[in-house]
Design a protein around this ligand. Structure first.
Ligand code: GTP
Ligand code: MG
Length: 356
């Protein structure tokens, strides 16, 4: 889309610079290299591989290393963070994967019912496998989670463990994989029990990115959704890219519906965080609504985003001597609101045009 192109290029090139700079302590460092080898070594040894992807970017978050292994009915694509993606697009993506002969399952790792349903689905697969392989009741089934950083592998592993551990004797032995909003948190492969009699174990693994990403669009999407450490580039570029997506979407149109009376009621009823969210939404809506330019035109889009930053500096009460520092604070807040789903639901990858 023309209106987003310059922001995609700018951010994508910043990411590329970091990945080209081989001395970067974060990108494909020795942890990631070692993890990549350890995961690849184990893939042929486990019974099931759950490839966790981000539902907002079902293709851009692919775990490339899996391509080196033959595709199998024991591989399942997990579209995690479905609560942050467009619901209708997730359905379309699942239909697409089905057509391509992949098994996929959409998940919100924070939703117990959703994880419980998945566990039942997985148990059925485990039973089928045991039957077809004539495995004894003492055979332990192994399931490995693989994926790029920050897609929610550890959160998913914890939820499966919490819901799936069944016997009273095991109740006190709850383990926890470390979950963090920052990518690259998991450093080792750990196992958690998710079913007993017969036993099923899940392996949580460190997130791995390819050594380099040439496609600027993919890089930008990975950066915005949080798969690459934020410290590596300018937050303002992330926020500008996000705003260019928001401004071309329909999501903001829902935010203009509050009347003045509703506004007063909100102030009386909501806690501070909700007030900030409402104020940001309203400010963004009003700027787009008042804007008379053509959003398919890059220069016009730049102008609108500048106006939105100016308004947000006031709404968020950001005071700083430096213009860039103030924008950077606004940008971090905006990116945080986006990543926690409070500024709409966006699926950033488009289905191949040949699919329709
Ligand atoms: N909204 C939402 N957030 C999620 C979901 N799953 C995980 N998260 C959040 O995403 C962030 C990353 O989760 P992790 O489980 O640490 O991700 P990971 O894939 O293990 O990351 P690495 O260990 O770095 O590879 C955390 O802030 C989680 O709370 C989900 O389904 N929905
Ligand atoms: Mg992890």
């Amino acid at each position: 889309m023309a209106g987003t192109t310059s922001f995609v290029k700018k951010l994508g090139n910043s990411v590329k610079k970091v990945s080209d700079h081989k001395s970067s302590s974060w990108w494909y460092n020795h942890h990631m290299r070692a993890a990549s080898r350890a995961v690849s070594h184990r893939i042929p040894l486990v019974d099931f591989v759950l490839e966790v992807r981000d539902a907002r970017i079902p293709v851009s978050s692919e775990y490339g290393h899996l391509r080196y292994f033959p595709s199998s009915s024991r591989n399942i694509i997990i579209l995690n963070k479905m609560d942050l993606a467009s619901h209708s697009k997730t359905k379309e993506w699942m239909a697409y994967f089905k057509e391509q002969n992949y098994i996929s399952y959409a998940i919100n790792s924070h939703n117990k019912d959703n994880v419980k349903e998945f566990l039942n689905f997985l148990q059925a697969k485990v039973r089928d496998l045991r039957r077809s392989m004539h495995l004894s009741d003492t055979h332990t089934t192994t399931v490995m989670l693989v994926g790029i950083p920050n897609v929610g592998k550890s959160a998913f592993a914890n939820s499966l463990h919490q819901i799936g551990r069944v016997t009273a004797a095991e109740k006190g032995k709850l383990k926890q994989a470390k979950v963090s909003p920052h990518p690259g948190e998991t450093k080792d492969i750990t196992s958690l029990k998710i079913a007993s009699h017969p036993n099923v174990y899940i392996f949580d693994t460190p997130g791995v990115l390819p050594p380099e990403i040439v496609d600027v669009e993919r890089s930008s999407k990975l950066a915005l959704t949080g798969a690459i450490a934020d410290s590596l580039f300018d937050q303002t570029e992330l926020a500008q890219y996000f705003l260019s997506i928001l401004n071309l979407s329909h999501e903001y149109k829902k935010w203009g519906k509050f009347s003045e009376l509703d506004k007063e009621n909100q102030i009386l009823n909501d806690h501070t965080q909700d007030l900030v969210v409402q104020a940001v939404r309203r400010a963004l809506f009003e700027e787009i609504f008042a804007f008379k330019g053509n959003l398919e035109d890059e220069n016009d889009m730049v102008q609108l985003i500048e106006a939105q930053f100016t308004t947000l500096r006031k709404v968020l009460n950001v005071n700083s001597d430096s213009f860039d520092a103030a924008n950077s604070i606004v940008a971090s807040k905006l990116v945080n609101l986006y990543r926690t789903g409070r500024l709409g639901h966006y699926t950033l990858d488009s289905l191949p045009s040949t699919y329709y």
